[in-house]
Design a protein around this ligand. Structure first.
Ligand SMILES: [Zn+2]
Length: 88
């Protein structure tokens, strides 16, 4: 299946964010477990949440999406039911 150019760019951006999010949450866990620094942990979690609300939103209605959800090329928005990537 072919995605339009905009859809492909967004798809890649979401994919990249999913990886960044995992790294941030891992860093948060490490801060707490090994460094015993809960302030640092909170900082990482807040940063992840902030990035998520900034980047990981529906391009049509602006609703925040669940980044733990598996992404597919024909994924639809739970809010407006539109295709996230195909309809761009
Ligand atoms: Zn939407």
């Amino acid at each position: 299946m072919q995605l339009p150019e905009n859809g492909r760019v967004l798809y890649q951006k979401y994919k990249k964010f999913q990886k960044i999010s995992i790294v941030l949450l891992l860093a948060a866990a490490i801060s707490f477990v090994f460094l015993h620094n809960w302030l640092l942990m909170v900082a990482f979690v807040v940063l992840d949440f902030f990035l998520e609300t900034k980047t990981y939103v529906c391009p049509h209605c602006g609703k925040k999406l669940d980044c733990r959800r598996k992404l597919q090329e024909d994924t639809t928005c739970p809010g407006c039911q539109k295709y996230l990537f195909k309809g761009l």
